[in-house]
Design a protein around this ligand. Structure first.
Ligand SMILES: Cc1ncc(COP(=O)(O)O)c(C=O)c1O
Length: 421
Protein backbone atom coordinates (compact mmCIF):
# COMPACT_ATOMS: atom_id res chain seq x y z
CA UNK A 1 0.00 0.00 0.00
CA UNK A 2 2.73 2.41 0.95
CA UNK A 3 4.66 1.59 -2.20
CA UNK A 4 1.52 2.12 -4.26
CA UNK A 5 0.97 5.64 -2.97
CA UNK A 6 4.65 6.45 -3.30
CA UNK A 7 4.74 5.62 -7.00
CA UNK A 8 1.17 5.72 -8.30
CA UNK A 9 -0.89 8.90 -8.04
CA UNK A 10 -3.34 8.17 -5.24
CA UNK A 11 -2.03 4.59 -5.21
CA UNK A 12 -4.16 3.52 -8.17
CA UNK A 13 -5.12 4.19 -11.79
CA UNK A 14 -8.78 4.94 -11.20
CA UNK A 15 -10.14 6.51 -8.01
CA UNK A 16 -12.89 3.96 -7.38
CA UNK A 17 -10.17 1.33 -6.95
CA UNK A 18 -8.69 3.31 -4.06
CA UNK A 19 -11.75 2.37 -2.04
CA UNK A 20 -12.53 6.06 -1.37
CA UNK A 21 -16.27 5.35 -1.54
CA UNK A 22 -16.17 2.66 1.17
CA UNK A 23 -13.13 3.68 3.23
CA UNK A 24 -10.53 1.28 4.56
CA UNK A 25 -7.53 -0.08 2.69
CA UNK A 26 -7.85 -0.69 -1.02
CA UNK A 27 -7.87 -4.25 -2.34
CA UNK A 28 -4.43 -5.11 -3.68
CA UNK A 29 -4.71 -8.05 -6.03
CA UNK A 30 -2.15 -10.79 -6.46
CA UNK A 31 -3.82 -12.93 -9.11
CA UNK A 32 -7.03 -14.09 -10.75
CA UNK A 33 -8.54 -17.25 -12.14
CA UNK A 34 -12.05 -18.06 -13.37
CA UNK A 35 -14.54 -16.49 -10.96
CA UNK A 36 -11.91 -15.70 -8.35
CA UNK A 37 -9.59 -12.88 -7.41
CA UNK A 38 -6.64 -13.53 -5.09
CA UNK A 39 -4.97 -11.11 -2.75
CA UNK A 40 -1.22 -10.92 -2.33
CA UNK A 41 -1.31 -13.52 0.44
CA UNK A 42 -3.01 -15.95 -1.94
CA UNK A 43 -6.42 -15.74 -0.27
CA UNK A 44 -9.31 -16.43 -2.65
CA UNK A 45 -12.33 -14.15 -3.17
CA UNK A 46 -15.44 -14.74 -5.27
CA UNK A 47 -15.17 -11.83 -7.65
CA UNK A 48 -18.23 -9.78 -8.62
CA UNK A 49 -16.25 -6.76 -9.77
CA UNK A 50 -15.09 -8.69 -12.83
CA UNK A 51 -12.89 -5.76 -13.82
CA UNK A 52 -16.02 -3.56 -13.93
CA UNK A 53 -17.66 -5.51 -16.70
CA UNK A 54 -15.39 -6.92 -19.41
CA UNK A 55 -15.03 -10.42 -17.97
CA UNK A 56 -18.21 -12.12 -19.11
CA UNK A 57 -16.25 -15.39 -19.24
CA UNK A 58 -14.44 -14.85 -15.96
CA UNK A 59 -10.74 -14.16 -15.65
CA UNK A 60 -9.01 -16.88 -17.61
CA UNK A 61 -11.28 -18.65 -20.07
CA UNK A 62 -9.13 -21.15 -21.98
CA UNK A 63 -10.60 -20.12 -25.34
CA UNK A 64 -9.23 -16.64 -24.72
CA UNK A 65 -5.88 -17.55 -23.17
CA UNK A 66 -4.84 -20.37 -25.55
CA UNK A 67 -2.13 -19.97 -28.19
CA UNK A 68 -1.32 -16.39 -27.36
CA UNK A 69 2.32 -16.90 -28.27
CA UNK A 70 1.30 -17.71 -31.83
CA UNK A 71 -0.84 -14.57 -31.95
CA UNK A 72 1.93 -12.45 -30.56
CA UNK A 73 4.34 -13.86 -33.13
CA UNK A 74 2.33 -12.08 -35.83
CA UNK A 75 2.86 -8.75 -34.06
CA UNK A 76 0.77 -6.77 -31.62
CA UNK A 77 0.19 -3.55 -33.51
CA UNK A 78 0.57 -2.80 -37.21
CA UNK A 79 -0.74 0.70 -37.73
CA UNK A 80 -2.44 -0.36 -40.97
CA UNK A 81 -5.87 -1.57 -42.06
CA UNK A 82 -6.15 -5.35 -42.25
CA UNK A 83 -8.55 -8.08 -43.27
CA UNK A 84 -9.41 -9.23 -39.74
CA UNK A 85 -10.59 -5.83 -38.58
CA UNK A 86 -12.79 -5.47 -41.66
CA UNK A 87 -14.22 -8.91 -40.87
CA UNK A 88 -14.76 -7.86 -37.25
CA UNK A 89 -16.61 -4.72 -38.33
CA UNK A 90 -18.77 -6.88 -40.57
CA UNK A 91 -19.53 -9.32 -37.75
CA UNK A 92 -20.48 -6.45 -35.45
CA UNK A 93 -22.80 -5.00 -38.09
CA UNK A 94 -24.51 -8.35 -38.47
CA UNK A 95 -25.46 -8.14 -34.79
CA UNK A 96 -25.97 -4.37 -34.67
CA UNK A 97 -27.30 -3.31 -38.07
CA UNK A 98 -27.43 0.33 -36.94
CA UNK A 99 -23.61 0.34 -37.04
CA UNK A 100 -23.36 0.73 -40.80
CA UNK A 101 -19.86 2.17 -40.49
CA UNK A 102 -17.63 1.94 -37.47
CA UNK A 103 -14.15 2.65 -36.26
CA UNK A 104 -12.08 0.80 -33.66
CA UNK A 105 -10.47 2.50 -30.67
CA UNK A 106 -9.06 1.14 -27.42
CA UNK A 107 -11.38 2.26 -24.61
CA UNK A 108 -15.00 3.10 -23.95
CA UNK A 109 -13.94 6.66 -23.14
CA UNK A 110 -12.45 7.08 -26.60
CA UNK A 111 -15.49 5.51 -28.22
CA UNK A 112 -17.92 7.91 -26.56
CA UNK A 113 -15.64 10.94 -26.97
CA UNK A 114 -15.30 10.17 -30.68
CA UNK A 115 -19.03 9.61 -31.12
CA UNK A 116 -19.69 13.04 -29.61
CA UNK A 117 -17.12 14.57 -31.99
CA UNK A 118 -18.80 12.95 -34.98
CA UNK A 119 -22.24 14.13 -33.84
CA UNK A 120 -21.00 17.69 -33.44
CA UNK A 121 -19.27 17.65 -36.81
CA UNK A 122 -22.30 16.14 -38.56
CA UNK A 123 -24.84 18.54 -37.04
CA UNK A 124 -22.47 21.53 -36.88
CA UNK A 125 -23.83 22.14 -33.40
CA UNK A 126 -22.21 22.28 -29.96
CA UNK A 127 -24.62 21.32 -27.18
CA UNK A 128 -25.06 17.78 -25.89
CA UNK A 129 -27.61 16.39 -23.47
CA UNK A 130 -26.67 13.70 -20.97
CA UNK A 131 -28.21 12.11 -17.90
CA UNK A 132 -27.15 12.50 -14.29
CA UNK A 133 -25.66 9.21 -13.12
CA UNK A 134 -24.79 7.94 -16.59
CA UNK A 135 -21.05 7.40 -16.99
CA UNK A 136 -19.47 7.66 -20.43
CA UNK A 137 -15.77 7.69 -19.54
CA UNK A 138 -13.46 10.47 -18.42
CA UNK A 139 -13.43 12.99 -21.25
CA UNK A 140 -14.46 16.52 -20.24
CA UNK A 141 -18.14 16.59 -21.25
CA UNK A 142 -18.78 13.10 -19.90
CA UNK A 143 -17.66 13.86 -16.37
CA UNK A 144 -20.33 16.44 -15.69
CA UNK A 145 -22.81 14.87 -13.27
CA UNK A 146 -21.43 11.39 -14.00
CA UNK A 147 -22.21 8.19 -12.11
CA UNK A 148 -19.72 5.40 -11.54
CA UNK A 149 -18.30 6.94 -8.41
CA UNK A 150 -16.75 9.75 -10.41
CA UNK A 151 -17.45 12.06 -7.46
CA UNK A 152 -18.18 15.56 -8.67
CA UNK A 153 -15.18 15.16 -10.96
CA UNK A 154 -15.11 18.92 -11.42
CA UNK A 155 -11.39 19.62 -11.50
CA UNK A 156 -9.77 20.35 -14.82
CA UNK A 157 -12.95 20.79 -16.81
CA UNK A 158 -13.07 24.18 -18.53
CA UNK A 159 -16.15 26.26 -17.86
CA UNK A 160 -16.62 26.58 -21.63
CA UNK A 161 -17.28 22.84 -21.80
CA UNK A 162 -19.95 23.10 -19.13
CA UNK A 163 -21.88 25.64 -21.14
CA UNK A 164 -22.52 23.06 -23.81
CA UNK A 165 -23.44 20.11 -21.60
CA UNK A 166 -27.09 19.94 -20.56
CA UNK A 167 -28.04 17.43 -17.88
CA UNK A 168 -31.43 15.76 -17.40
CA UNK A 169 -32.88 13.12 -15.08
CA UNK A 170 -32.94 9.51 -16.29
CA UNK A 171 -36.41 8.14 -16.99
CA UNK A 172 -37.86 11.65 -17.00
CA UNK A 173 -38.77 13.07 -20.41
CA UNK A 174 -40.12 16.26 -18.88
CA UNK A 175 -36.69 17.00 -17.44
CA UNK A 176 -35.27 16.40 -20.93
CA UNK A 177 -37.61 19.02 -22.38
CA UNK A 178 -36.76 21.43 -19.56
CA UNK A 179 -33.01 20.95 -19.92
CA UNK A 180 -33.08 21.50 -23.67
CA UNK A 181 -35.82 24.13 -23.85
CA UNK A 182 -33.68 27.01 -25.09
CA UNK A 183 -31.13 24.93 -26.99
CA UNK A 184 -33.09 22.63 -29.33
CA UNK A 185 -31.73 24.48 -32.36
CA UNK A 186 -28.21 23.95 -31.04
CA UNK A 187 -28.39 20.35 -29.80
CA UNK A 188 -25.86 18.04 -31.45
CA UNK A 189 -26.50 14.84 -29.51
CA UNK A 190 -28.32 13.01 -26.77
CA UNK A 191 -26.00 10.63 -24.88
CA UNK A 192 -27.58 7.81 -22.91
CA UNK A 193 -26.85 4.44 -21.35
CA UNK A 194 -29.88 2.54 -22.71
CA UNK A 195 -29.72 0.37 -19.59
CA UNK A 196 -27.88 2.31 -16.91
CA UNK A 197 -25.22 0.41 -14.97
CA UNK A 198 -23.15 3.15 -13.38
CA UNK A 199 -25.61 4.32 -10.71
CA UNK A 200 -26.39 0.78 -9.76
CA UNK A 201 -28.58 -0.98 -12.30
CA UNK A 202 -31.37 1.29 -13.49
CA UNK A 203 -33.69 0.02 -16.19
CA UNK A 204 -35.30 2.38 -18.70
CA UNK A 205 -39.03 2.71 -18.22
CA UNK A 206 -41.29 1.96 -21.18
CA UNK A 207 -41.40 4.98 -23.46
CA UNK A 208 -38.23 6.65 -22.15
CA UNK A 209 -35.84 5.61 -24.92
CA UNK A 210 -38.60 5.89 -27.52
CA UNK A 211 -39.17 9.44 -26.25
CA UNK A 212 -35.48 10.24 -26.70
CA UNK A 213 -35.51 8.76 -30.19
CA UNK A 214 -38.49 10.86 -31.21
CA UNK A 215 -37.03 14.06 -29.70
CA UNK A 216 -33.60 13.57 -31.26
CA UNK A 217 -35.21 13.16 -34.69
CA UNK A 218 -37.51 16.13 -34.17
CA UNK A 219 -34.69 18.38 -32.98
CA UNK A 220 -32.22 17.24 -35.66
CA UNK A 221 -29.84 15.84 -33.01
CA UNK A 222 -27.92 12.55 -33.05
CA UNK A 223 -29.01 9.86 -30.58
CA UNK A 224 -25.94 8.11 -29.12
CA UNK A 225 -26.37 4.85 -27.22
CA UNK A 226 -23.52 4.07 -24.87
CA UNK A 227 -23.50 0.28 -25.07
CA UNK A 228 -20.02 -0.05 -23.58
CA UNK A 229 -21.49 -2.16 -20.78
CA UNK A 230 -24.66 -3.46 -22.42
CA UNK A 231 -23.46 -4.85 -25.77
CA UNK A 232 -22.80 -8.58 -25.24
CA UNK A 233 -23.77 -8.31 -21.56
CA UNK A 234 -27.42 -8.09 -22.67
CA UNK A 235 -27.03 -10.31 -25.72
CA UNK A 236 -25.43 -10.13 -29.16
CA UNK A 237 -27.93 -7.48 -30.22
CA UNK A 238 -27.25 -5.37 -27.13
CA UNK A 239 -29.82 -3.11 -25.51
CA UNK A 240 -30.87 -1.69 -28.86
CA UNK A 241 -32.20 -4.96 -30.20
CA UNK A 242 -33.82 -5.90 -26.94
CA UNK A 243 -35.52 -2.54 -26.45
CA UNK A 244 -36.19 -2.01 -30.17
CA UNK A 245 -34.92 1.54 -30.29
CA UNK A 246 -32.41 2.34 -33.02
CA UNK A 247 -29.77 4.97 -32.21
CA UNK A 248 -27.85 7.00 -34.80
CA UNK A 249 -24.51 6.19 -33.18
CA UNK A 250 -23.38 3.51 -30.72
CA UNK A 251 -20.31 3.09 -28.53
CA UNK A 252 -19.01 -0.40 -27.65
CA UNK A 253 -16.26 -1.66 -25.35
CA UNK A 254 -15.69 -3.86 -22.28
CA UNK A 255 -16.79 -7.45 -23.08
CA UNK A 256 -15.94 -7.20 -26.78
CA UNK A 257 -12.21 -7.61 -25.99
CA UNK A 258 -12.66 -10.39 -23.46
CA UNK A 259 -10.29 -8.47 -21.19
CA UNK A 260 -7.98 -6.74 -23.66
CA UNK A 261 -8.60 -3.11 -24.56
CA UNK A 262 -10.65 -2.76 -27.71
CA UNK A 263 -13.71 -0.58 -28.24
CA UNK A 264 -15.61 0.85 -31.19
CA UNK A 265 -17.99 3.59 -32.22
CA UNK A 266 -20.16 3.79 -35.27
CA UNK A 267 -23.59 4.20 -36.73
CA UNK A 268 -25.40 5.62 -39.74
CA UNK A 269 -23.12 5.81 -42.74
CA UNK A 270 -24.19 9.40 -43.44
CA UNK A 271 -23.33 10.52 -39.91
CA UNK A 272 -20.01 8.64 -39.84
CA UNK A 273 -19.01 10.30 -43.12
CA UNK A 274 -18.37 13.42 -41.04
CA UNK A 275 -15.04 11.72 -40.22
CA UNK A 276 -11.85 12.36 -42.17
CA UNK A 277 -10.82 11.36 -44.78
CA UNK A 278 -14.40 11.87 -46.07
CA UNK A 279 -15.36 14.66 -43.68
CA UNK A 280 -13.68 17.28 -41.54
CA UNK A 281 -13.68 15.63 -38.10
CA UNK A 282 -10.61 13.75 -36.92
CA UNK A 283 -10.27 10.70 -34.72
CA UNK A 284 -7.37 8.27 -34.73
CA UNK A 285 -5.25 6.15 -32.45
CA UNK A 286 -1.96 4.28 -32.52
CA UNK A 287 -3.55 1.12 -31.18
CA UNK A 288 -6.93 1.35 -32.93
CA UNK A 289 -7.81 -1.94 -34.64
CA UNK A 290 -4.52 -3.61 -33.73
CA UNK A 291 -4.40 -7.25 -34.85
CA UNK A 292 -3.92 -8.66 -31.36
CA UNK A 293 -7.02 -7.08 -29.80
CA UNK A 294 -9.03 -7.66 -32.97
CA UNK A 295 -8.19 -11.37 -32.78
CA UNK A 296 -9.35 -11.45 -29.17
CA UNK A 297 -12.64 -9.78 -30.13
CA UNK A 298 -13.16 -12.48 -32.78
CA UNK A 299 -12.63 -15.11 -30.10
CA UNK A 300 -15.24 -13.44 -27.90
CA UNK A 301 -17.79 -13.44 -30.73
CA UNK A 302 -16.89 -17.06 -31.62
CA UNK A 303 -17.61 -18.07 -28.03
CA UNK A 304 -20.91 -16.22 -27.78
CA UNK A 305 -22.21 -17.18 -31.21
CA UNK A 306 -21.46 -20.87 -30.69
CA UNK A 307 -22.69 -21.09 -27.08
CA UNK A 308 -26.08 -19.35 -26.96
CA UNK A 309 -26.87 -21.17 -23.70
CA UNK A 310 -24.27 -19.03 -21.90
CA UNK A 311 -26.80 -16.24 -21.54
CA UNK A 312 -29.51 -18.48 -20.10
CA UNK A 313 -27.03 -20.13 -17.72
CA UNK A 314 -25.60 -16.91 -16.28
CA UNK A 315 -29.05 -15.39 -16.03
CA UNK A 316 -30.27 -18.39 -14.01
CA UNK A 317 -27.32 -17.99 -11.68
CA UNK A 318 -27.91 -14.25 -11.31
CA UNK A 319 -31.59 -14.89 -10.56
CA UNK A 320 -30.56 -17.36 -7.84
CA UNK A 321 -28.30 -14.74 -6.29
CA UNK A 322 -31.00 -12.05 -6.49
CA UNK A 323 -33.66 -14.33 -4.98
CA UNK A 324 -31.32 -15.32 -2.17
CA UNK A 325 -30.48 -11.69 -1.42
CA UNK A 326 -34.19 -10.79 -1.37
CA UNK A 327 -34.83 -13.57 1.15
CA UNK A 328 -31.96 -12.46 3.39
CA UNK A 329 -32.99 -8.80 3.28
CA UNK A 330 -36.55 -9.71 4.14
CA UNK A 331 -35.39 -11.90 7.04
CA UNK A 332 -33.60 -8.87 8.41
CA UNK A 333 -36.62 -6.66 7.90
CA UNK A 334 -34.84 -4.49 5.32
CA UNK A 335 -37.24 -3.41 2.54
CA UNK A 336 -34.57 -2.88 -0.12
CA UNK A 337 -35.25 -3.65 -3.78
CA UNK A 338 -32.91 -6.18 -5.41
CA UNK A 339 -32.65 -5.57 -9.15
CA UNK A 340 -31.44 -8.27 -11.53
CA UNK A 341 -31.40 -8.31 -15.27
CA UNK A 342 -29.49 -10.95 -17.24
CA UNK A 343 -26.13 -11.35 -15.47
CA UNK A 344 -26.24 -8.11 -13.47
CA UNK A 345 -27.40 -7.92 -9.85
CA UNK A 346 -27.72 -4.85 -7.69
CA UNK A 347 -29.33 -3.54 -4.53
CA UNK A 348 -29.02 -0.31 -2.66
CA UNK A 349 -29.25 0.34 1.07
CA UNK A 350 -32.43 2.31 0.59
CA UNK A 351 -36.02 1.36 1.33
CA UNK A 352 -38.59 1.43 -1.45
CA UNK A 353 -38.91 0.72 -5.15
CA UNK A 354 -35.90 0.23 -7.46
CA UNK A 355 -34.08 3.43 -8.40
CA UNK A 356 -35.42 5.31 -11.42
CA UNK A 357 -32.71 7.95 -11.54
CA UNK A 358 -29.65 9.37 -9.80
CA UNK A 359 -31.72 11.30 -7.25
CA UNK A 360 -33.03 7.98 -5.92
CA UNK A 361 -29.53 6.51 -5.87
CA UNK A 362 -28.17 9.48 -3.92
CA UNK A 363 -30.62 8.72 -1.10
CA UNK A 364 -29.03 5.33 -0.43
CA UNK A 365 -27.03 4.83 2.77
CA UNK A 366 -23.44 4.74 1.60
CA UNK A 367 -21.98 4.01 5.04
CA UNK A 368 -24.22 0.93 5.36
CA UNK A 369 -22.92 -0.27 1.99
CA UNK A 370 -19.35 0.36 3.15
CA UNK A 371 -19.89 -1.83 6.23
CA UNK A 372 -21.46 -4.55 4.10
CA UNK A 373 -18.70 -4.40 1.50
CA UNK A 374 -15.98 -4.85 4.13
CA UNK A 375 -17.88 -7.62 5.91
CA UNK A 376 -18.22 -9.47 2.58
CA UNK A 377 -14.54 -9.04 1.81
CA UNK A 378 -13.75 -10.50 5.20
CA UNK A 379 -15.88 -13.52 4.22
CA UNK A 380 -14.16 -14.00 0.86
CA UNK A 381 -16.46 -12.07 -1.49
CA UNK A 382 -15.11 -9.18 -3.55
CA UNK A 383 -17.81 -6.56 -4.18
CA UNK A 384 -17.36 -3.29 -6.05
CA UNK A 385 -15.95 -0.67 -3.68
CA UNK A 386 -18.79 1.74 -4.42
CA UNK A 387 -22.54 1.56 -4.28
CA UNK A 388 -22.76 3.13 -7.75
CA UNK A 389 -21.31 0.00 -9.31
CA UNK A 390 -23.11 -3.31 -9.87
CA UNK A 391 -22.34 -7.01 -9.35
CA UNK A 392 -21.34 -8.72 -12.60
CA UNK A 393 -21.68 -12.49 -12.88
CA UNK A 394 -19.75 -14.50 -15.44
CA UNK A 395 -19.86 -17.90 -17.09
CA UNK A 396 -17.11 -18.89 -14.62
CA UNK A 397 -19.32 -18.43 -11.55
CA UNK A 398 -20.95 -21.58 -10.21
CA UNK A 399 -23.99 -22.42 -8.09
CA UNK A 400 -21.54 -23.15 -5.25
CA UNK A 401 -20.07 -19.66 -5.62
CA UNK A 402 -23.51 -18.08 -5.47
CA UNK A 403 -24.52 -20.13 -2.45
CA UNK A 404 -21.27 -19.28 -0.66
CA UNK A 405 -21.95 -15.62 -1.47
CA UNK A 406 -25.41 -15.86 0.05
CA UNK A 407 -24.02 -17.48 3.19
CA UNK A 408 -21.59 -14.57 3.46
CA UNK A 409 -24.36 -12.05 2.77
CA UNK A 410 -26.32 -13.43 5.70
CA UNK A 411 -23.47 -12.36 7.90
CA UNK A 412 -22.66 -9.19 5.96
CA UNK A 413 -26.21 -7.85 6.03
CA UNK A 414 -26.85 -8.67 9.68
CA UNK A 415 -23.50 -7.09 10.50
CA UNK A 416 -24.72 -4.02 8.68
CA UNK A 417 -28.17 -3.90 10.27
CA UNK A 418 -26.54 -4.21 13.70
CA UNK A 419 -24.20 -1.40 12.80
CA UNK A 420 -27.18 0.69 11.77
CA UNK A 421 -29.31 0.04 14.84
C1 LIG B 1 -21.30 2.88 -19.88
C2 LIG B 1 -19.84 3.19 -19.94
N1 LIG B 1 -19.38 3.97 -20.92
C3 LIG B 1 -18.08 4.26 -21.04
C4 LIG B 1 -17.17 3.79 -20.14
C5 LIG B 1 -15.72 4.13 -20.27
O1 LIG B 1 -15.02 3.00 -20.69
P1 LIG B 1 -13.44 2.85 -20.40
O2 LIG B 1 -13.27 2.71 -18.94
O3 LIG B 1 -13.06 1.63 -21.20
O4 LIG B 1 -12.80 4.09 -20.94
C6 LIG B 1 -17.59 2.98 -19.08
C7 LIG B 1 -16.63 2.47 -18.08
O5 LIG B 1 -16.96 2.01 -17.03
C8 LIG B 1 -18.97 2.67 -18.98
O6 LIG B 1 -19.44 1.91 -17.98
Amino acid sequence: MERATEFLAGGCDSPVRSGWAVGGPMFVQGGASGAYAYDEAGRRYIDYVMAYGPLFFGHTHPALTRDLDARAAAGFVWGTTHRDEVRLARRIREHLPSMERLRFVSTGTEAMMSAVRVARAFTRRDAVLKFAGNYHGHFDAALIDAGASAGDGAGGIPSGVRRDVLVARYNDLRSVDDAVSTRTHDLAAILVEPIAANMGLVLPEPGFLEGLRERASRWGAVLIFDEVVTWLRFGLGGAQRRLRVVPDLTALGKIMGGGVPIAAFGGRAGVMSALAPQGAAFTGGTHGGNPFCVAMAHRVLDLLESNPQYYADVKTLAARLAEGLRAILSQHGLPYAVVQDESVVDFKFRAGAPSRNFDDVRRADTSAYAGYCHAMLHRGVLLPPSQNEVMFLSTAHSVEDVDATLAAAHFGISHDSKAMS
